[in-house]
Design a protein around this ligand. Structure first.
Ligand SMILES: Cc1ncc(C[n+]2csc(CCOP(=O)(O)OP(=O)(O)O)c2C)c(N)n1
Length: 320
């Protein structure tokens, strides 16, 4: 079966499996000490990215955060160049200067990620404005976490997007945590992100962010409306990161999660959930995972074989 003939379920599963296997490989090889930048894995949070991957067009834009591997891959970013970037090599998508938190591939509309929480939000809104000025029927996806909605720049950006009816879709992955602090410790219980967005004039929807099908339907509907001129929207995906905030490990022993919380989210793993609720041909799963494994192995080979940037070029492209 060719990709074009694949069912929606297969495309969602293939996208999530690819993201998961890439990040799992990063986690497995991190202790080799060759990836010398911090990594923020989104293992457990693959569904929103996969949903976007089925809907986004190459001419759409996307920006993301420190936790951006999934979004880069889902928007069509080159895997080999992402791994080389994490290895700090010149073949990386930012020529080895940025590492995991500074991924960009403008050739597929993936315009960047940033380590500064909230920093990429106005960039994504600006990209939406550019699309509107050029009367292009495309959208700008702005991935952000629940923590980023606490930054002032979120309010200014959402307000401006609403005021100008910009084609911007705020993809808020609410994993409840900002590093080690639960949303309950950071915001009044009565305050909901969707309501904050609505109060700013941005229509907002909530969806189970571990349900890939529901996430896909929601993103598809919202994108269709935005392409038709409805203006911005926010989608809040309820989800959970299964690994530590920064790094390859599990961290339940730190005790900041509520007792039993991780275990309950493990049961709701988005890949497991889709596998359990769909009918997938085992041979298709086997060949799909084998293809992904081959692609990942080639990407790590490319990264390892790429040279480090020339120290003489250290000050090039630096703006201060
Ligand atoms: C402006 C700024 N403040 C604080 C930090 C430290 N910091 C890095 S990631 C993070 C948590 C962000 O949480 P969220 O936006 O929900 O994303 P998540 O890590 O959950 O994906 C914080 C506070 C930072 N990098 N930038």
């Amino acid at each position: 079966m060719t990709t074009a003939e694949s069912s929606t379920d297969q495309r969602l599963l293939a996208s999530m499996l690819r993201i998961r296997m890439v990040e799992q490989t990063i986690a497995d090889r991190y202790s080799e000490q060759e990836m010398r930048c911090p990594v923020h894995l989104s293992i457990g949070q693959e569904a929103p990215a996969a949903a976007m991957s089925l809907v986004a067009e190459p001419a759409d834009y996307a920006v993301s955060t420190h936790r951006g591997h999934a979004h880069y891959l889902a928007k069509g970013g080159d895997l080999s160049r992402m791994i080389a970037e994490i290895y700090g090599k010149v073949g990386g998508c930012s020529r080895g200067r940025g590492g995991s938190m500074h991924l960009a591939d403008p050739s597929v509309g993936f315009m960047g990620t940033s380590a500064i929480v909230g920093n990429s939000i106005p960039v994504g809104v600006g990209l939406g404005m550019a699309l509107q000025i050029k009367a292009q029927p495309n959208v700008s996806f702005v991935f952000l976490g629940d923590g980023a909605t606490e930054e002032g720049v979120f309010y200014e950006s959402a307000n401006f997007a609403a005021l100008r009816k910009l084609p911007v879709i705020f993809m808020c992955e609410n994993n409840q945590y900002s590093v080690y602090s639960n949303l309950e410790e950071r915001q009044p219980a009565s305050r909901r992100i969707v309501e904050v967005a609505r109060a700013l004039g941005v229509p907002a929807l909530e969806v189970d962010g571990n349900d890939a099908r529901a996430s896909h339907v929601t993103v598809a509907n919202v994108v269709a409306q935005t392409r038709a001129g409805a203006g911005p929207a926010l989608i809040e995906f309820e989800t959970h990161r299964l690994r530590e905030h920064c790094g390859p490990n599990w961290d339940d022993e730190l005790g900041y999660r509520k007792p039993g919380e991780l275990a309950s989210w493990l049961k709701r793993d988005p890949i497991k959930a889709l596998l359990d609720s769909g009918t997938f041909d085992p041979e298709w799963i086997e060949s799909t995972t084998a293809d992904i494994r081959t692609e990942i192995d080639a990407a790590f080979r490319f990264a390892k074989n790429s040279p480090y940037p020339d120290p003489a070029e250290l000050a090039e492209d630096v703006y201060a």
